[in-house]
Design a protein around this ligand. Structure first.
Ligand code: LLP
Length: 421
């Protein structure tokens, strides 16, 4: 359930007409509904009521500090993968003791930044990372809280680019190797072994792979106990999918129930790192039709709708062949046409949708690209020297620009001409 609904054929975000925001901030822009973000966060988090847990929102999905701040106010933490995300999480008011640091390639500076901030746990992904973390900790005279990211070799049955829990993927450490690393870490000065973590992939539409991974993790924790190593945190990562088209992902409550059941009476704090399931359907990308045209001369005529959003704004269709529903902001008489909805970027791969049946649109009409709240703005770039779009958050009957549209000076910030002598 989300709060983007038509009222008298006009698309609203909560109580604000989307067209009104477009007039005020221009297009394209990302638009989020606070009520939807809140609802999704709470639906997820409450599923784990009765179990000690912390819901660490995956910052990479949607990283605006106003949104991180909202989750922090609801008791959430953050799952980060870079120094930049740590900076954002702290600016967004996320308490350091609710921040988890994942990622295969943390630099020395990033490890040091995390340690300085006093985060909950580093999810270490290689033996060399452990060594580096120890060095940083000893240099700072601190002890680093550590979990290893175990790669359980489970097939999440999702797009190959976002599958992370198979042995052939770059993530984590195999169960066998992890055992050796835990024993090593246990005896290391400056290292405090706190947990075990895993994350098997994103946009999962079934519960089974999560349970299979959890089962393997539990067996692993038993083996650790045989070595005299006990852990306080079990981090299951993120990955619950959403409906973009006709997928039927598990309801967060069913996901939580299955996890809790499998967990049994395991005595540790559960860490969860959801991203998409919270933000995905809580945001849209609003764009305006610039031109319509028909290209003839091929096997059949090709109808194009050229909009002012492009692959630099929303890269998912180009990168993963992802489907996003596209709907008109003002609903007409229902007549449709098969079109490609494309952006102005100089690449054939710059499309939002191909061979899509869309209500007939005219120049200047507004379109809403749905389910863009996760991995939308955060994956935007300046390709073709396009300033990044504005981000707007609606609360009830008011809208707030939470990130202004970039301007041309932003595009060249930090650049300089060579001095001539
Ligand atoms: N934790 C870790 C360690 C992750 O790597 C990820 C996502 C998450 C949590 C959050 O997963 P979620 O709950 O959002 O599925 N750009 C791609 C998705 C990449 C996901 C990468 N890792 C897309 O647009 O589909």
């Amino acid at each position: 359930m989300h709060h983007f609904q038509y009222k008298n054929n006009e698309l609203f975000c909560e109580d604000v007409p989307v067209a009104e925001i477009a007039t005020s901030v221009g297009t394209p822009f990302y638009l989020y509904s606070e009520a939807t973000l809140t609802r999704h966060f709470e639906a997820f988090d409450r599923g784990f009521d009765g179990t000690d847990h912390v819901t660490c929102f995956a910052v990479k999905a949607c990283s605006n500090i106003a949104i991180l701040n909202l989750f922090a106010s609801l008791g959430g933490g953050a799952d980060i993968v870079s120094g930049g995300e740590l900076f954002r999480a702290l600016k967004g008011g996320v308490p350091a003791e609710r921040i988890i640091y994942s990622g295969v390639g943390k630099t020395e500076a990033e490890l040091s930044q995390g340690l300085d901030a006093g985060i909950l746990m580093f999810n270490v992904e290689s033996p060399l990372e452990l060594d580096r973390l120890q060095k940083v900790a000893l240099d700072q005279g601190k002890t680093a809280p550590v979990a290893f990211r175990v790669n359980p070799d489970v097939d999440p049955q999702t797009h190959a680019y976002i599958s992370t829990g198979l042995a052939k993927n770059k993530f984590g450490i195999s169960v066998e190797e992890a055992l050796l690393e835990y024993v090593r870490a246990r005896d290391m000065e400056g290292i405090d072994v706190r947990g075990v973590s895993c994350h098997i992939g994103s946009q999962l539409t079934q519960i089974d792979p999560f349970i299979e991974a959890l089962r393997k993790l539990k067996q692993f924790v038993d083996r650790l106990e045989e070595e005299g190593i006990s852990i306080d945190y079990l981090d299951l990562g993120g990955g619950v999918g959403i409906t973009y088209e006709d997928e039927q992902p598990p309801h967060p409550h069913d996901y939580a129930r299955a996890i809790k059941e499998e967990l049994g009476d395991m005595n540790c704090t559960l860490v969860l790192e959801p991203g998409r399931v919270i933000a995905g359907n809580a945001g849209i990308l609003v764009t305006q039709v610039q031109y319509t045209k028909v290209n003839t001369g091929g096997e059949k005529d090709k109808h194009f709708v050229i909009v002012d959003a492009a692959m630099n704004d929303l890269t998912r269709p180009s990168l993963y062949g992802a489907y996003h529903e596209i709907i008109p902001v003002t609903r007409g008489d229902g007549e449709t046409q098969m079109v490609d909805i494309v952006g102005p970027i100089c690449e054939t791969g710059d499309f939002m949708a191909r061979d899509r049946s869309l209500p007939v649109v005219q120049q200047d009409d507004l379109l809403a690209i749905m389910s863009s709240g996760a991995y939308g703005f955060t994956m935007a770039s300046n390709y073709n020297s396009r300033p990044r779009a504005a981000e707007v958050l609606v609360r009830g009957d008011k809208f707030h620009v939470i990130r202004t549209r970039e301007n041309f000076n932003d595009l060249i910030r930090g650049e300089s001409l060579l001095e001539t002598d």
